[in-house]
Design a protein around this ligand. Sequence first.
Ligand SMILES: [Zn+2]
Ligand SMILES: [Zn+2]
Length: 405
Amino acid sequence: MPAIRLLSPCRFVSATIAGIRQQLRKLKLLTLGLFYNEHCDFFYATETCLNPAFWFVDNYVRHLGPIFVCVLISLVGAVVIIAYMIVIPYEIYQKSTPAICLYLTVGNWILVNTIFHYGKAWTTSPGHPPEGDLVVESVGVCKSCIAPKPPRTHHCRICGRCILQMDHHCPWLNQCVGHYNHRYFFFTMFYIWLGCLVIIIGMWPTFRDHYWSDSPVVAWCDLLYDQLFYAPMLCGGTGEVVRPLSKQMASEWSGGADGADDKTDTTDASTASLRSFGVRGISVHNAVLFEFFIGLAIVFGIGALMSWHALLITRGETSIEQHINSEMTKKSKREGRFYKNPYDFGPRQNWRIFLGLDVPGRTFWRHVLLPSAHLPSGDGLRWRSATYQFDDQPPPSLTVVTSVA
Ligand SMILES: [Zn+2]
Ligand SMILES: [Zn+2]
């Protein structure tokens, strides 16, 4: 039987510390072996450390993509259905004939454009570098794809591919926004925003009559119960034409309070009548409020997002390039130099390029205001650079530098 050696407490502690130090040295060596790179900087190290978190988020978002798409389609679909079934029939009685014709024309134009641009943004590939071919324009190598990366191309972890002129990964499209579907993405936002703006402005009479009404029968049911075949279903009707209760009727329903002129009694009577009679058309009432407030939220929410993207387009940069250009501007300023975005051709020309109007023969009326499937100019691999013949010339003491992102 082997003898058991017992260490003294001091020797045990020192041996343990020595063992821990040895393990730490091994860990340090392993870390350096895995991550050492003479070009490594703070951002590279941060990205590497966050890779496990990125992996978790990326896989999570990937599975959530179809849910986001269904939520968006359901939400927009609900707004459109309520507009056509509830708002427009009521507004026909509130507006003049020319006004309702204009409302319907503009509304249908927006609806067609929304469906077209969302469908195209969803189904059009943003564009990828050719696989297996020589990409002579490449400015780097994607460390995920281990493949050449053309200018303005970035790798999307969620899609698992490199994207030409990548802007961002959009969960509402369940794919990336890039060179070939950037215009569709922007116009999807624009037409949803414009549609909601037109709806909340145009439905003001409907909203007013329902939001501030204390009638036990909502105004819509009172007006359209006999006019529309689906009105009885929405109003919860039984075939009986329901009219708003007058104070006297409400009083009678409540059990005969004769003092209808008294405010307290009337309120009690109305409350009692609501209990016994129910509010006819409460679903219509809720739908009108949903339509107005969801429209208002979208106008502000998507409006802010759309404004940001419009600003980036005006500057000739994508969301990713905005970060790069911002860092390059700060860095150049520290070094006493002047940085200019090489893809900024000036606001007007930037918009013309984005809209595809830099190609001869295309017009604003046909290719912007109407649904158009024209492709952007260029193949997303080769890019023209701005010549910097602009008014905002850098100070003579500074050197102009440009960078290809
Ligand atoms: Zn890649
Ligand atoms: Zn993506």
